[in-house]
Design a protein around this ligand. Structure first.
Ligand code: ARG
Length: 484
């Protein structure tokens, strides 16, 4: 036991860990205690944030006269060196030192001695980890926001290219009415735009500073939480110290936002999978985003899209997992909350990959527009146009027009004809007032061109929507650049 009392012994990290909290502990932890307790394997990802938080804390302590200027600069110098060591892969991570906070502090004490040991004045690992994790999540949101910009641009580019390309629009996955591929892609643009806005909302609520709440009750030292908030880019200090150390709703909200975003990506991914089947034949997947089969040489599998479709399971699993961890936890900090980080890290890694893969697939998008157009004409997809013509030209009530149309569709079906090929006389047998003007509305081109209501699928509408979206997107990027 003798050397367990010796502080700063790098050969024996367990002694260092105990030197931080082990004042009244005799023996060391059992091996399994150490294993279940240690979070260093995953929370080493917080090292940048931990160092930034410690620097801000040290500067504030010095400004408040709680720490000398010399100690503060020794601490800052030491922390810079530690950052360099970690980046160079020189830091030895050891589960005996529990977590990233203890690793950094232990190394700091080695490097700068007593000054390092003074850093933890008016601070606890509870407010420290809450601060680090908020900072990390904020950084992740900013990185995802950038990737969303790329996805939006890819969607807009593809939508523009295919603004006039006709495809079947489906309900119940049954051919419903012709739409344009540009319109279809713009539907996803709208979804991801909302997802990106949800991320920004979540960032706003998250951006408050827990640091200075100490273990749970605040501190008797004359600290300045507004100063550390400004230093770390937080909008303000969190108002309640108990809440500050035990709140993880920022992480839950973030995971919820990612879950919704992943659901949207999975829907698009699923359509890509469907479109790439030989039954649909709407899409030929590029080599970059498909794989071959080891046994069936003709196969081209949409693996990237399938995996984007699947990742939603992991992301929502992360959200559910953390919900369960937090449920029923009494205030304030409990060690349960150490389990908050793996789900968030995993969900961010997965989601980043999904965004990048989806953007890549859209940049490499080669639809078979002929096949799409052909399919758009199947299934009597312009029957609604026929009914609308009866309403417009003959003044029939829509319900009667629906009935007349049904009879004409039945005739077409029985005689294996497409709607535009049903002879006028046959239509007149159903409704005598029909004239040959009706044929102007039965083609798929005429159908989409007529859908000019706001938000409708007419190619001109779609082009106008793309223009507005591009302007909004550009505006967004400009505002972001201004505020950063
Ligand atoms: N590794 C811990 C976590 O992630 C740090 C906080 C430890 N606090 C404590 N009171 N033991 O939650």
């Amino acid at each position: 036991m003798a050397d367990q009392k010796k502080p700063n012994n790098r050969d024996n990290p367990q002694s260092q860990s105990q030197s931080m909290w082990g004042g009244r502990f005799g023996g060391g932890p059992s091996a399994v205690m150490q294993e279940i307790n240690a979070s260093i394997d995953f929370d080493k990802r917080l090292y940048r944030e931990d160092i930034a938080g410690s620097k801000a804390h040290a500067r504030m302590l010095a400004a408040q006269g709680i720490l000398t200027a010399e100690d503060c600069s020794a601490i800052e110098g030491g922390l810079d060196q530690i950052a360099a060591e970690i980046e160079a892969g020189e830091m030895v991570f050891d589960p005996a030192l529990e977590d990233i906070h203890m690793h950094i502090e232990a190394r700091l004490r080695e490097l700068v001695g007593d000054a390092g040991a003074r850093l933890h004045t008016a601070r606890s690992r509870n407010d420290q980890v809450a601060t680090d994790f908020r900072l990390w999540t904020r950084g992740a949101i900013d990185a995802l926001d950038d990737l969303y910009g790329g996805l939006q641009t890819a969607l807009l580019n593809a939508a523009e290219e295919y603004a006039g390309s006709i495809m079947p629009g489906f309900t119940h996955l049954q051919t419903a009415q012709p739409v344009t591929l540009g319109h279809h892609l713009m539907a996803y643009y709208e979804m991801v735009t909302r997802d990106r806005a949800r991320l920004a909302d979540c960032r706003k609520r998250l951006n408050e500073n827990p640091l200075g709440s100490a273990a749970l009750a605040g501190t008797s030292f004359p600290i300045d939480r507004h100063k550390t908030s400004a230093d770390l880019g937080f909008d303000k200090p969190m108002a309640n110290s108990l809440d500050a150390v035990s709140a993880r709703d920022f992480a839950l909200e973030f995971l919820s936002v990612l879950s919704i975003g992943a659901v949207h990506l999975s829907r698009l991914a699923d359509e890509i999978v469907l479109w790439a089947t030989s039954a649909f034949g709407f899409l030929k997947l590029s080599d970059a985003f498909s794989t071959g089969s080891s046994i069936m040489p003709q196969k081209r599998n949409p693996d990237a899209a399938e995996l984007v479709r699947a990742k939603v399971g992991r992301i929502m699993g992360a959200q559910n997992g953390l919900m369960m961890v937090m449920k029923g936890l009494p205030l304030a900090y409990s060690k349960d909350m150490q389990e908050d980080k793996p789900p968030v890290f995993q969900a961010v890694d997965d989601f980043e990959l999904c965004l990048v893969a989806m953007t890549g697939m859209l940049e490499d998008f080669h639809p078979n527009t002929e096949a799409m157009k052909r399919a758009a004409g199947l299934g009597y997809s312009t029957a609604t146009d026929l009914a609308d013509w009866l309403v417009r030209a003959l003044g029939l009530p829509f319900r009667d027009a629906h009935h007349v149309t049904g009879a004409i569709v039945k005739y077409a079906e029985d005689n294996a004809l497409d709607l535009p090929d049903v002879p006028l006389v046959e239509m007149q047998k159903v409704e005598s007032k029909i004239t040959d003007d009706i044929f102007t509305v039965l083609s798929v081109e005429a159908s989409v061109a007529s859908r000019t209501s706001f938000g409708g699928t007419a190619p001109d509408n779609v082009r106008a929507a793309i223009k507005v979206a591009r302007e909004n997107l550009m505006q967004e990027e400009l505002t972001e650049k201004d505020s950063s």
